[in-house]
Design a protein around this ligand. Structure first.
Ligand SMILES: [Zn+2]
Length: 232
């Protein structure tokens, strides 16, 4: 497996839930932050079903937002991080009208902000909320045409067949572990870390202990150049 090249320019990370910033794209956030890029981050769903019973919990919404804040302080302590949280109810299939509303909102955000590349879950992720976010990003980029940011996808729960691994060295792994530990509501007595460790070991490029997998797509291959960013 070859190595993932960090795209040039300012990134927008589009997360289905708080915790995906570590589970899916923590290595990329860390690398962009260490390079000094301005980081933007959008959380789409409220995470209110993220308990062991899978039942809606209003208090969990604020708690998970706070956990995300703590996690970002670990991942990007010296970075300027612009954040949006839409708090849409998770776990339901959006209507066409919902998609159109969200697409317009996302396009507006990408036009207003200095964003050169977006990161989203890949479209084959088994989690329905992740699939929705992948489809939303595809629609928004498509409607923006040639002025659209480049696209990079990340995997969380399902393996991406054509993914490219980004190595995680021991220092970075320590930071990712610390960021994941901020998500106490999802901790599940340490099982979240066990699953994350196992998956990142399975994803590691040769000669490396941990890794995280990213993908390019036709949208990314189109190589949008925008606001100082360069084609990747
Ligand atoms: Zn998620």
């Amino acid at each position: 497996m070859s190595c993932f090249d960090l795209p040039a320019g300012a990134p927008l990370f589009i997360l289905p839930h708080a915790d995906d910033e570590v589970l899916g794209c923590g290595a990329a956030i860390l690398a962009h932050a260490q390079r000094g890029d301005r980081i933007s981050l959008l959380t789409v769903f409220d995470g209110a079903l993220g308990n062991t019973a899978g039942q809606w919990d209003q208090e969990l919404i604020a708690r998970r937002e706070a956990e995300l804040t703590s996690s970002l302080e670990v991942l990007a302590p010296r970075s300027e991080v612009a954040r949006w949280s839409w708090s849409l109810p998770e776990g339901h299939a959006p209507s066409e009208r919902d998609f159109q509303w969200a697409e317009q909102r996302l396009v507006r955000l990408m036009v207003q902000e200095p964003i050169n590349v977006i990161y989203t879950p890949w479209s084959g992720d088994a989690h329905p909320d992740h699939k929705v976010v992948a489809e939303l990003a595809r629609r928004a980029l498509s409607s923006m045409g040639h002025g659209a940011p480049a696209l990079r996808t990340f995997e969380v729960w399902s393996s991406m067949p054509s993914g490219i691994a980004m190595p995680i060295d021991s220092d970075a792994w320590g930071i990712l572990r610390a960021a994941l530990a901020c998500h106490k509501s999802q901790w599940d007595e340490g099982r979240l870390l066990e699953r994350f460790s196992a998956r990142s070991m399975a994803r590691a490029p040769e000669g490396c202990f941990h890794g995280q997998v990213y993908g390019s797509s036709l949208d990314a291959a189109r190589g949008a150049k925008r606001k100082g960013g360069q084609a990747a």
